[in-house]
Design a protein around this ligand. Structure first.
Ligand code: PBG
Ligand code: ZN
Length: 331
């Protein structure tokens, strides 16, 4: 006890600065701004569709004609940016629907930009929603082709940018696709369109609910020959460096929560905006636990989002965005 009395006067007392809500608020190192949230939207072909996604409570698939009330709500909440995924009526071997100027994504882009010109619209660029085999690239004899896929992706990216998308976001994980898309955009005089690349994207079990929502599960095999082995942190950094060298303007790390170390290291190494994708499985886990009364949804969501900011995310793609925007304004 004598020893304790000696150190008492000098010991670190973290509790001194946790005494009151005001002190805690003043000293919070990271906060999430509503403008940093990106809300994903699933747009489905057809008319008059607002269809719940069972594994993602609170998330719907919308037909283009039913988008406007959602867009109004997004804008009213102060959210600045959405990320579009399309679910076409028809799929084929080469995913030709992906670059259809009258396809579901291009029509959604035009509708959203008419309704809310200030809303930043990002179009996801991939083939898996458009191919009948569900892979992110062209397939030959059971293998996913790399270089042959690049023109298809580039064509889709140009179609979205031409339809009015503010940013294109390739999520396919083919090598060289950022360079191919940049070259195609520039050739189409779309030099001002940024590329937000899914650079460090792991082959992850966390995408399960998304594949329900987007009807994009691979029909055979898996995505392990193109998406990364999630255990490889150093390789993730190499993927980011490669995409930056090819001209990526923003990079995504995905999934987010199990990959915070990648986010942290990347934030120290690269002077580029980092985007964390708080993916469908991460969302589903929180929603399921909250629905059972096992977790306080609001607390958990804000804790996760602030954790991602602390780890180095500048922007966060999250299905919680509408709720989080409300909670952020309330606190
Ligand atoms: C498609 C794509 C996927 C996600 C975003 N774009 C699924 C996949 O790669 O299988 C996952 C998003 C999520 O789980 O929320 N390439
Ligand atoms: Zn894909």
């Amino acid at each position: 006890m004598d020893k304790f009395n000696e150190i008492r006067s000098t010991m670190f007392r973290g509790r001194r600065l946790r005494k009151s809500p005001a002190l805690r608020d003043m000293l919070r190192e990271h906060e999430v701004r509503v403008a940093e949230l990106i809300y994903p939207i699933f747009v489905v072909d057809g008319d008059d569709v607002v269809e719940a996604v069972p594994s993602m409570p609170g998330v719907n698939r919308y037909s283009v004609d039913r988008l406007e009330p959602l867009v109004d709500e997004i804008v009213a909440r102060g959210i600045k940016c959405v990320l579009l995924f399309g679910i076409p009526a028809k799929k084929d071997a080469v995913g030709s629907g992906a670059s259809d100027p009258n396809g579901v994504v291009c029509r959604a882009i035009r509708t959203i930009k008419l309704r809310a010109p200030e809303l930043v619209v990002i179009a996801d660029v991939c083939l898996c929603e458009y191919t009948d085999h569900g892979h992110c690239g062209l397939v030959h004899e059971g293998r996913v082709l790399n270089d042959e896929t690049l023109p298809q992706l580039a064509k889709a990216a140009v179609a979205y940018a031409a339809a009015g998308a503010d940013i294109v976001a390739p999520s396919d994980m083919m090598d060289g696709r950022v360079a191919a898309i940049r070259a195609a955009l520039d050739a189409a005089k779309l030099v001002e369109t940024p590329i937000m690349s899914y650079s460090a994207k792991a082959a992850s079990g966390y995408y399960g609910p998304f594949r329900d929502a987007a009807a994009s599960a691979p029909g055979f095999g898996d995505r392990q020959t193109y998406q990364m082995d999630g255990t490889n942190g150093r390789e993730a950094l190499r993927e980011i460096a490669a995409d930056l060298a090819e001209g990526a303007d923003l990079v995504i790390i995905k999934p987010a929560l199990a990959y915070m170390d990648v986010l942290k290291t990347a934030s120290e190494r690269f002077d580029v905006p980092l985007v964390a994708y708080n993916v469908s499985g991460e969302y589903a886990m929180v929603k399921a636990a909250a629905a059972n009364g096992w977790l306080d949804e609001r607390r958990i969501v804000l804790e996760n989002l602030r954790g991602l900011k602390r780890a180095g995310a500048q922007l966060i793609i999250t299905y919680h965005a509408l709720d989080a925007a409300r909670w952020i304004k309330e606190v």
